[in-house]
Design a protein around this ligand. Structure first.
Ligand SMILES: [Zn+2]
Length: 456
């Protein structure tokens, strides 16, 4: 959900003329197949079982890991078993950041192990660690005000969670903010609405010309504890040990499978999620489930022998979390056909209820998508909100001026387990997975089948 595309309003042949039941009449030819797809998706918990199989067998899928390689091989084999067309991989080079052994303890008052997780991209500490007094700040403004106190200290950003977009700035930029004032390491309070002493990892970046200092997240509970100790006038000291480092880039792959279009195979309706994950959990909600519910659109069409006019292309993108190389690689490798993409759909915000569909594109296209969404009334997903898009589809959509959609679950539930050890399939309801698969399959089917391409 990185950008709203400014798209030219195109005249449209569809008229949103409601039928007697208040449903657009132009959809009548598609109702039967859309209903078949939704019925098949919700008849069982096939999609949840597939997320469980993926995450139980291959676990976390950090870029550059053997787990991710094995999971990619499984996805290729499984798409072939599903009977998808043109199943193949597309090579991209990805960064290989290795976490290594890491720990944090409070050494004054002695001695307490603190749950922690290094932030992706962090540098290591010296082998014996860094021991220093902590400076706790509530935000960047307080750090600026107390800059003179930061030198030689470990800065802890004890920033309350407001929303992901706002609070994540401290995860991505906290180390640079602290290093500018001479801090020797930076810690961030877990970026999540609540937790059960779960730290959240995630990507971070170092600013140019600023010392690279090690950086990690700690749970909300421990940030509050250190805050209280400091408030009592205690000079809290911490020892941070991290062995994190980058190795040379390694080969990885986007996985592609299709239902080739029966009449206009060169026109592409793209669906997908990202197949890599962070390493503390098993990457179930972020984003194993997004891969599976979009993949389901093609699997269900094949199973029901529904072949729309346009090509439905499923892409499981690699390396979204710490490099975006999969999405950028897809754009580079498909530059010539970028403009032939009719719609790009991503699921990378989980499927927790209440979920919703979002669209970004022209008003004319939105009207058609809103019409199609009336088919989703039995699922309760008939309202199309803003916020279509995704990190992986963004590059090709920008290049080809392609309208985008997203399936987004409840963000409070999503960000509670996001990038934590708690991101496991157990937290996801099978019915929510089936529902997402049903909605996506029906929407994608109509966009791929209707006579005129969705206007840009
Ligand atoms: Zn994600």
């Amino acid at each position: 959900m990185r950008q709203l595309l400014a798209l030219v309003l195109t005249s449209v042949v569809f008229t949103a003329s409601p039928s007697a039941q208040g449903r657009p009449a132009w959809l009548d030819p598609y109702r039967e197949n859309a209903e078949k797809l939704m019925k098949a998706a919700t008849a069982d918990q096939f999609a949840w079982d597939r997320v469980a199989e993926l995450t139980d067998t291959y676990g976390q899928r950090l870029s550059g890991s053997e787990n991710l390689n094995r999971a990619i091989a499984w996805a290729v084999a499984t798409m072939k078993t599903d009977g998808l067309d043109n199943v193949h991989t597309e090579r991209v080079m990805v960064p290989k950041w290795v976490r290594g052994v890491e720990s944090l303890e409070i050494t004054n008052p002695p001695h307490h192990v603190v749950p922690m997780i290094g932030l992706g991209g962090s540098v290591a500490t010296p082998p014996d660690g860094i021991e220093a007094e902590v400076l706790v700040v509530a935000n960047g403004a307080e750090l600026t005000r107390r800059a003179a106190e930061a030198n030689g200290k470990i800065v802890l950003f004890n920033v309350p969670y407001t929303n992901y977009g706002e609070t994540v700035a401290y995860r991505s930029g906290g180390a640079t903010m602290a290093a500018q004032h001479g801090a020797v390491a930076a810690l961030v309070r877990a970026v999540g609405p609540t937790g059960l002493r779960t730290p959240h990892t995630g990507g971070m970046n170092y600013g140019d010309g600023v010392a690279k200092i090690p950086t990690a997240a700690i749970p909300v509970e421990d940030a509050l504890r250190i805050q209280r100790l400091s408030n009592r006038g205690i000079k809290v000291r911490l020892r941070l040990k991290m062995a994190a480092h980058f190795e040379a880039d390694v080969e990885s792959f986007n996985v592609v499978g299709e239902i080739r279009g029966s009449e206009k195979p060169g026109e592409i309706v793209l669906v997908g999620g990202h197949f890599d994950s962070w390493d503390p959990g098993t990457g179930a909600s972020d984003d194993g489930v997004g891969c599976v519910v979009t993949w389901e659109a093609a699997r269900l069409m094949k199973k029901l022998n529904i072949r729309p006019k346009r090509t439905v292309r499923v892409v499981l993108f690699t390396n979204e979390e710490n490099g975006m190389r999969g999405g950028n690689g897809y754009r580079d490798q498909h530059e010539q056909e970028a403009a032939n993409h009719i719609l790009a759909f991503e699921s990378d915000s989980g499927v927790f209820a209440p979920a919703s569909l979002g669209f970004s594109g022209s008003a004319a296209a939105r009207q058609i998508i809103s019409d199609i969404a009336t088919l989703l009334t039995p699922l309760g997903l008939q309202n199309i909100g803003p916020g279509g898009g995704g990190a992986d589809i963004g590059p090709i959509a920008t290049l080809g001026k392609v309208p985008m959609m997203a399936y987004s679950g409840d963000s409070t539930k999503y960000f509670t387990i996001h990038h934590t050890p708690a991101d496991t399939v157990d937290r996801i309801e099978p019915a929510e997975v089936s529902k997402a698969a049903a909605a996506i399959a029906a929407m994608i089917y109509v966009v791929a089948e209707m006579p005129q391409a969705l206007p840009k």
